[in-house]
Design a protein around this ligand. Structure first.
Ligand code: S3P
Length: 428
């Protein structure tokens, strides 16, 4: 589907931020691991979290879904059945990496497959530590999906300093650790999103400027009864759209503001964005608030590389904001963007260049010479089959001088199926 985007130049209105993708995945996986019944409300209808539910059903877990409420009968740590067909993770890296941790830890004989994009993303980062623990797991060329997992003779706990600041890697190792009699410790020096440790209630202690998180067979696995908060990563598109378009005012209700996820909000405020947070509260173990963004001028920023893992999914749309800031912004330490659904540094460089932005691509980031008077050229953007590229291009196009297009626009279904409707409603 080709989606046309009008140069609206003002976005107003309110919406409920769509359910968080990362938390939806985890709520379902952890509910399955518990031994009771969990009722999860506001579960994401997006393709990725639905892939997780599909895999759980293939593993013999009873999952029922009515509108946005999902009920899962936990099978307990040792209750998964050997699947009859390969587990289809679709486009979802989180499904593959977290579930591989669980299944390799449990020693469930299976194969895990993904679409073309997922099959081209390295799984070496999880295969290596899982093997060190005694799990039996391999991939095509030792690195890519399909992954093959086999039964093992028991796994060993280990102390694992994370070589990459990745929540998927951290979670995969900790989830495998749940099947070991001795303790697995993950040492994290640069913080990444902490939903796994929060929702499972894993033991964690400070370690220098970071922390050590532990898991083992003696951890009790809690049922997951809560409402999934709104996805901060989805809200970020509107935080930028509202900031750069004159006279805009958008209210984003029930948005997750977990400190390990909200860096883009703080970065935008530092850039001069007019953003307020109201009604701070908790949904389950996760903090949420209602966020309002209004149009404002933006200042350039030198992004602190230590914050990159806390805004990894928001960096593409932050690049859009930087195009409208009054001066030069620099992003470095973001080479992980090259390992997402597409090479997001390369793709964003092409999208911004297409719009006529003044940019320089680096190996680990980008330099953006912004201007409040920047007017993106009307363009036909590619999506690179990557939901976040399509949405970042759309936000950019709202400030254009003419009609733009995003190709393959249905790829937003991966995380945010309501995106185009919400854009239309806010533009009305
Ligand atoms: C995710 C972690 C991030 C993020 C992805 C979801 C998660 O990946 O980019 O969209 O739910 O744990 P990494 O942890 O690999 O950086």
């Amino acid at each position: 589907m080709i989606q046309g985007i009008k140069p609206v130049r003002t976005l107003t209105g309110k919406l409920f931020t769509p359910p968080d993708k990362s938390i939806s995945h985890r709520s379902a996986l952890f509910a399955a691991l518990s031994s009771g019944k969990s009722t999860i409300s506001n579960y994401s209808s997006a393709a990725d979290p639905q892939s997780t539910l599909g895999c759980l059903k293939q593993l013999g877990v009873n999952v029922t879904q009515q509108e946005d409420t999902v009920v899962i009968d936990g099978v307990g740590r040792d209750g998964f059945q050997i699947p009859q067909a390969p587990l289809d993770c679709g486009n979802s890296g989180t499904t593959m990496r977290l579930l591989a941790g669980i299944l390799a830890g449990a020693g469930i004989e299976c194969e895990m497959i993904g679409d073309e994009s997922l099959s081209s993303r390295t799984m070496k980062r999880i295969i290596n530590p899982l093997r060190k623990m005694g799990c039996i797991i391999d991939g095509r060329d030792g690195e890519y999906a399909p992954l093959k997992i086999s039964a093992h003779n028991g796994i060993r706990g280990m102390r694992y300093p994370l070589p990459i600041a990745s929540a998927q890697l951290k979670s995969s190792v900790l989830l495998a650790g749940l099947f070991g009699d001795d303790i697995t410790e993950v040492v994290e020096t640069v913080p990444s999103r902490d939903h796994t440790e929060r929702l499972l209630g894993l033991k964690s202690e400070a370690y220098g400027s970071g922390k050590i998180v532990q898991s083992s067979r003696s951890d009790t696995l809690p049922e997951q009864n809560y409402r999934v908060p709104g996805d901060f990563s989805a809200a970020a598109f509107w935080l930028v759209a509202g900031s750069i378009n004159p006279d805009s005012e958008i209210l984003l209700q029930s948005t997750g503001v977990n400190p390990s996820r909200r860096a883009a909000l703080d970065i935008l405020i530092e850039m001069g964005a007019d953003i307020t947070e109201d009604n701070p509260r908790f949904e389950g173990k996760e903090p949420v608030s209602d966020i309002t963004v209004r149009h404002s001028g933006l200042k350039p920023i030198n992004l602190d590389p230590k914050l990159v893992p806390n805004c990894i999914d928001e960096i593409p749309v932050l690049m859009v904001a930087m195009c409208f800031a009054d001066g030069t912004s620099v992003i470095s330490g973001a080479e992980e963007l090259r390992h997402k659904e597409t090479d997001r540094l390369e793709a964003m460089h092409e999208i911004l260049a297409e719009a006529g932005a003044d940019i320089e691509l680096k190996e680990d980031g980008i330099i953006i010479h912004g201007s409040p008077f920047f007017e993106p050229r009307p363009a036909k953007y590619k999506s690179y089959h990557d939901h976040r590229m399509a949405m970042a291009a759309a936000v950019l196009a709202t400030r254009s001088s003419g009609m733009s297009e995003v190709a393959d626009a249905e790829c937003t279904n991966i995380s945010y199926p309501q995106f185009w409707t919400h854009l239309q409603e806010l533009s009305a």
